[in-house]
Design a protein around this ligand. Structure first.
Ligand code: B4P
Length: 189
C-alpha cells in the first residue's frame, strides 16, 4: 500500500502514522522527522533546513523532493510506504507522481485528519511545554497553520478528485482517532 497522511500541524499525523504504518507493515516516512534528524546531526541538509523550520516556513521544494526521492528508492519501500508530511505543495505532488510513475505505480490512498484550529494550537503549545520543539512557539504555530491552509489544504481536493481521499476526524483521544483511521481504511490492527 502506497499511502499519504495529511492534516494541519498538530492534527496527529505523526502520532497516527506510527500506528497505521505498523498495522500495514510498511515504513513510516516523516519528512519532518528526517529534517529534525539532519538538524540534530548538523548535516549540510540540516543546516539549510533549520532556518525555514524554525520560522514555520516550508523547506524549499528542491531540497525536500531530492530527500524524498532518495528515501523512496530504498529497498524497504518496494512493497509500499506511508508518507507523513509529504507532499505539502503542488510541486511535491508532481514530484511524487513522477517518482511513482517511474515504477509504474501511484498513490493508492490519502488520509486527511481534520481538526479544529483551537484544538491544534492547544496540542502544539502542550508539546512545546513538554518537548521544547523550536517550531512550537505560538507565533510560529500560527504561521505553520496559515501556510498549511494556503498551500497544502487545497491539495486534498486534487486527491479527492482522483477518488483517493479518506477524511477522518482527528478530534478525541489518540486511541479514538486510531480506531477511526483503521476502520475508514478497512485495516485490521
Ligand atoms: P512536521 O514534523 O510534519 O510537523 P507537524 O505538521 O507539526 O506534524 P507532527 O507530525 O509533528 O505533529 P502531530 O500532528 O502528529 O513538520 C515540521 C516542519 O518540517 C514543517 O513546518 C516544515 O518546516 C518542515 N517540513 C516537513 N515536511 C516538509 C515538506 N514536505 N515540505 C517542506 N517542508 C517540510 O502531533 C502534534 C502534537 O499533538 C503531538 O504533541 C501529539 O502528541 C499531540 N496529539 C496527537 N494526537 C492527539 C490527540 N488525539 N489528542 C491530543 N493530543 C494529540
Amino acid at each position: 500500500m502506497r499511502m499519504v497522511i495529511m492534516g494541519p500541524p498538530g492534527a496527529g499525523k505523526g502520532t497516527q502514522a506510527v500506528v497505521l504504518a505498523a498495522a500495514l507493515g510498511v515504513p513510516h516516512i516523516s519528512t519532518g522527522d528526517i529534517f529534525r534528524a539532519n538538524v540534530s546531526q548538523g548535516t549540510p541538509l540540516g543546516v539549510q533546513a533549520k532556518a525555514y523550520m524554525d520560522a514555520g516556513e516550508y523547506v524549499p521544494d528542491g531540497l525536500t523532493n531530492a530527500m524524498v526521492r532518495d528515501r523512496l528508492s530504498k529497498s524497504d519501500c518496494s512493497g509500499g510506504f506511508l508518507l507523513d508530511g509529504y507532499p505539502r505543495t503542488l510541486e511535491q505532488v508532481e514530484e511524487l507522481d513522477s517518482v511513482l510513475a517511474g515504477i509504474g505505480a501511484g498513490v493508492e490512498k490519502v488520509v486527511e485528519l481534520t481538526v479544529d484550529v483551537d484544538e491544534v494550537v492547544s496540542r502544539l503549545l502542550g508539546r512545546s511545554a513538554e518537548q521544547g520543539r523550536s517550531d512550537d512557539g505560538e507565533e510560529v504555530i500560527r504561521r505553520r497553520l496559515e501556510l498549511y491552509f494556503d498551500a497544502t489544504a487545497p491539495l486534498t481536493a486534487m486527491y479527492e478528485k482522483r477518488g483517493l481521499l479518506v477524511r477522518v476526524s482527528g478530534m478525541g483521544t489518540v486511541e479514538d482517532v486510531s480506531v477511526r483511521v483503521l476502520e475508514a481504511l478497512g485495516v485490521n490492527a
